[in-house]
Design a binder for this molecule. Structure first.
Ligand SMILES: [Zn+2]
Length: 468
């Protein structure tokens, strides 16, 4: 399930566009809500730390000077294609990005009327090399047949926290006396099956999270003052301290609820991004999630027949998101680093392997207001999520399986096992191995082809080893 939610209509911010400075936190009525659920949007406008800046929650003022090194690394046509077809598919205010024949003028700050000027390359032949710390597959040397991932640095990012945090995250439900389903535990289990498999194939694998404890050193209580400030600015003059009834929709207006989301979503993901960007320096991050449909009361959840698969790459920014100086900067930096050229075919290839293994149909978003379908597999969407935006390398965000579908629920309850078993009348692998194996299979397909080698018939002969 995604770590950010957005309103289908999300227009409220436009009225704040002239405000000298603001930041906004968007909150879903229920954080566990799947994207198919109508979303409640709470817009919270606050003066930012720097009076002249417009920065998102827990974000910092961008350093536009780092983009100087991208000058003449892209042609005008390529830049326009990425803006129009990938990143800004919902439009944007006309003064944010303006291009002429040779340059793009990008707004740094509206109040100060500061702009960054990007000079284009005259043509493809004159493009300077793109500076980046990650390695595109095509730049890697030919790999041995049995090690198609040799030398590829892959960071695994199991979504959420799980463990004792799962209820707070609202990534928890329980059917009767059965074992509770906690998304953060499921994703970690998949990552631990996937890591040794990828290492066998030659990859250098690291974990962005490898326990059920947060990577951020902050705790919810550290955000109480900020949570209070956000609520007051949002028209809740005397916010209540605590959630008294978990089913009360007004719980979002409590300091407790706000400080928790600032902790486990905003602070946690920003900390993971720092780990990816300053410590791990991977060639690829795989964000591992399980999806869900609306389950209602977590102690008496709704089980559904619906089940599906989709993958996400970064893009499809909303016009109001591009109003934030930091999000606009991060979008331009991603665009110029050309991650899309790598992450889209990667996502398409992994999606195809996952579709073959799971037999799941593509998820169809009910609206196109926050996503844009991209690629050729039919399973991949562009969307602006915090993790896909902040990790400075290709990011493939996997959303297979509806946890509260009857079939997936039975498979989760069956746990992990070797070989195959009859679950719900069908003989099959454990859901964790099916997930891990199909992601590994997609990576082998992609890297074997991109590195010019033929795929080894034995490269995927084994299933993921057990971690039990
Ligand atoms: Zn998730």
């Amino acid at each position: 399930m995604k770590e950010e939610y957005r309103s289908p209509n999300g227009k409220s911010l436009s009225s704040d566009r002239r405000a000298p400075s603001c930041f906004v936190i968007r909150l879903a009525r229920r954080r566990l809500a799947n994207v198919t659920r109508p979303l409640f949007l709470l817009l919270i406008v606050l003066p930012a730390l720097h009076a002249e800046d417009s920065v998102s929650v827990l974000g910092s003022k961008p350093r536009w000077s780092v983009l100087e090194r991208y000058k003449q690394t892209i042609t005008r046509d390529e830049f326009a294609h990425l803006i129009n077809d990938v990143y800004c598919t919902h439009g944007f205010a006309s003064d944010l990005i303006e291009t002429d024949g040779n340059t793009a003028r990008i707004l740094i700050n509206r109040a100060a009327q500061e702009f960054f000027t990007l000079r284009f390359a005259a043509n493809s032949a004159e493009c300077k090399p793109v500076p980046r710390l990650w390695h595109p597959a095509k730049s890697l040397p030919h790999a041995p047949r049995e090690k198609p991932l040799s030398g590829v640095k892959i960071a695994l990012d199991p979504g959420h926290l799980g463990g004792n945090w799962a209820k707070m995250e609202e990534r928890w439900f329980q059917v009767g006396e059965s074992k509770p389903v906690q998304e953060g535990d499921l994703t970690l289990r998949v990552a631990r099956l996937l890591a040794p498999r990828l290492r066998e194939l030659g990859a250098k694998v690291s974990f962005v999270r490898n326990s059920d404890e947060p990577t951020t050193e902050k705790l919810p209580d550290d955000f109480r003052a900020l949570a209070r400030k956000i609520l007051i600015k949002n028209g809740v003059p005397q916010p209540r301290a605590d959630v008294l009834d978990p089913n009360d929709p007004a719980k979002e207006q409590t300091i407790r609820w706000q400080s928790e989301i600032l902790f486990y979503r905003y602070s946690e993901i920003r900390r993971r991004a720092a780990c990816v960007n300053f410590k791990l320096h991977p060639d690829l991050v795989l964000c591992l999630h399980f999806n869900a449909e609306v389950w209602g009361d977590p102690n008496s959840p709704n089980l559904t027949d619906t089940n599906h698969l989709h993958l996400l790459v970064n893009g499809s920014y909303l016009a109001e998101e591009l109003e934030f100086d930091d999000q606009r900067f991060e979008m331009i930096r991603r665009l110029l680093s050309r991650v899309y050229d790598e992450e889209l075919p990667l996502a398409d290839t992994i999606a195809s392997a996952m579709a073959r293994a799971t037999g799941l149909p593509p998820y169809e978003y009910p609206t196109t207001n926050s996503t844009t379908k991209v690629g050729i597999s039919g399973y991949v969407y562009a969307r602006n999520l915090l993790a896909t935006r902040l990790y400075r390398c290709p990011v493939v965000y996997c959303e297979p399986y509806v946890m509260n579908s009857k079939d997936v629920f039975a498979r989760i309850q069956a746990g992990d096992y070797e070989g195959t078993r009859n679950v719900n009348g069908i003989e099959r692998k454990s859901i964790f191995r099916e997930y891990a194996d199909s992601v590994a299979e997609g990576l082998v397909d992609y890297y074997s082809k991109a590195r010019g080698g033929s795929r080894s018939p034995n490269a995927m002969s084994q299933t993921a080893p057990s971690t039990n």
